[in-house]
Each structure stands twice: as structure tokens, then as C-alpha cells.
Design a protein around this ligand. Structure first.
Ligand SMILES: C[S@@+](CC[C@H](N)C(=O)[O-])C[C@H]1O[C@@H](n2cnc3c(N)ncnc32)[C@H](O)[C@@H]1O
Length: 262
């Protein structure tokens, strides 16, 4: 029997399928239709019932995108025609995910809507690199920014973030890394450590460590591309590779001073 019209917005997490919540998994397992985005791990679709329609609404190879209006309409139409629609998005649906736009649109039709938060890349991707976005005594806050605004321009908030001592977590910024680095360098942060991670949490994950002054060159040389996240701030110095380098430097110093004493 067809289920009643219902839409569940599910955050699928950063990529590793095991980082989906139990509630998200249960929603997928009871879906009649799944509308999913580019950054959703396709492994999750295997959890859907065999009758469920699985429709990709992300950017396509021919560069055609469903417009937001088209996606909104599909959500509502499929809910009325097929029953339970799961809208599956990368990370968390409310972090640069347009989830709020979609759920508000559906609410206006009186359809039952449910929200299942997901693990956002903005915290989990640095965390998997053992870099905390906050750390007592190092910094007191973090900003989550998009480099690219609706009209394709660089966000003006980057300049304000660069003036603070907060950790800056920048999404959708890999292609604009040189401009971003310049903004931070102009605020006297040329030596601030930077971490760049592509495909965080997946077997294809790649990471780069550098400073504001050299990161743009490194990204180009290493061919790091989207989807990638940029973390700028003193917390990056806590990355195990940098912490080990620092510890080695101190050990060498200690040894030398011991030699001098004897
Ligand atoms: C449209 S935003 C969606 C963010 C998502 N809602 C979230 O909470 O993570 C897409 C951007 O998120 C970042 N991103 C998402 N997943 C990522 C991952 N696994 N590794 C690195 N960056 C990722 C990239 O900056 C990517 O361009």
C-alpha cells in the first residue's frame, strides 16, 4: 500500500557511508523515492527498498543542473504520487545545503516533513585529520564560510574572518585558494598554518599542509581539486605531522643544549 505523502531531509555526512546517522539510515530504508546530490556516497542507495526510485539531481556530466525550483517541485510531486521521499544531501542539509529552502517549500503544501541532521564536512573533515576547529588556549571560535557566493563572487566575509583569531573553515574555495590566501596574507597572516583536504573521510582522501604564503602553489602543484575544504588557523599546527616536526625541533634543541653542558 502506498505510504502517505512525506518528505524526509537527510544529511548523509561527509562521504564515508558509516558516518550516516541511524535515523538517516532508517529513513532511507523506508523510502519510496530518493533524490540525491553529487556528494552523497552511492553505497547508501543500496540500503533503499528494491522498489524505491533513485534519482540523481546533482550536477551532471553535461553540466546541466536541475534548478532549485525543479527540485522543489519534484520533491512535492513525488511525495504525492509515490509516498515517502527522502532528500539525501552531503554533510548536513542546513550547512550550505539549501535544505531549508526545500523543506519550507514542501511545508507550504501541507506535506509531513522530517529533518534528520547530518555530520557536516566543516567539522568532521578537519576532525578526521585530528585538527580540532576550537582548542582551549589556541582559539575561541570558528567561522564556516563559503568562498563562492550565489553570484560566483568571493565572499566579503572572508576579509572579516581574516581579521579575527578564529579558525576559518572555508568550503567551495579550492579554485579560489590564491585569492583567499592573499586576503589572509594582507592581514599579516602569511605564516599561519593551513590544511587543505579533498574527499575527506573517503579512501580517496588527500591532504596538504602549508602556510597562507605557500598553500596556493602547493594546491596547484599537487593537483588538489573539489570537493575540498580549507582550514586556516593556529589549530592546524596541532595536526600530527606538524606537531611531530615541532617536537623533533625541540628535541634537537634539547640534545644540543645537553651536549653543551657536558
Ligand atoms: C554545497 S557545499 C555542502 C556542504 C555540506 N552541506 C556539509 O555540511 O558538509 C559542498 C562543499 O562542502 C565541502 N565538502 C563536502 N564534503 C567534503 C569532503 N568529504 N571533503 C572535503 N570537502 C567537502 C566542499 O568544500 C564542497 O565544495
Amino acid at each position: 500500500m502506498k505510504q502517505q505523502a512525506k518528505i524526509t531531509l537527510v544529511g548523509a555526512g561527509p562521504g564515508d557511508p558509516e558516518l550516516l546517522t541511524i535515523k538517516g539510515l532508517r529513513a532511507i530504508q523506508s523510502a519510496d523515492v530518493i533524490l540525491y546530490d553529487a556528494l552523497v556516497n552511492r553505497e547508501l542507495l543500496k540500503e533503499a527498498p528494491s522498489h524505491a526510485l533513485k534519482i540523481y539531481v546533482g550536477k551532471r556530466a553535461d553540466n546541466h543542473r536541475y534548478s532549485q525550483d525543479e527540485i522543489n517541485l519534484m520533491l512535492v510531486q513525488y511525495a504525492f504520487s509515490n509516498g515517502h521521499v527522502v532528500r539525501l544531501k552531503g554533510g548536513d542539509s542546513f550547512v550550505f545545503g539549501r535544505g531549508h529552502e526545500e523543506i519550507t517549500y514542501a511545508d507550504a503544501f501541507g506535506i509531513e516533513t522530517v529533518i534528520v541532521p547530518g555530520i557536516s564536512s566543516c567539522i568532521s573533515v578537519p576532525e578526521l585529520q585530528r585538527v580540532p576547529v576550537t582548542r582551549r588556549g589556541v582559539n575561541e571560535s570558528f567561522w564556516v564560510l563559503t568562498a563562492t557566493t550565489k553570484n560566483g563572487c568571493l565572499s566579503k566575509d572572508l576579509r572579516i574572518a581574516a581579521q579575527s583569531n578564529a579558525t576559518a573553515v572555508i568550503l567551495m574555495g579550492i579554485r579560489k585558494i590564491a585569492q583567499i590566501a592573499e586576503i589572509f596574507a594582507r592581514q599579516g597572516k602569511g605564516n599561519t598554518p593551513v590544511l587543505v583536504v579533498q574527499n575527506g573521510s573517503l579512501p580517496s582522501e588527500r591532504k596538504l599542509l602549508g602556510t597562507v604564503n605557500d598553500i596556493a602553489k602547493k594546491v596547484v602543484n599537487e593537483g588538489i581539486g573539489a570537493p575540498g575544504i580549507i582550514i586556516i588557523g593556529e589549530v592546524v599546527a596541532l595536526h600530527p605531522e606538524l606537531a611531530v616536526a615541532e617536537a623533533n625541533r625541540s628535541t634537537k634543541y634539547d640534545l644540543r643544549s645537553t651536549t653543551n653542558v657536558t
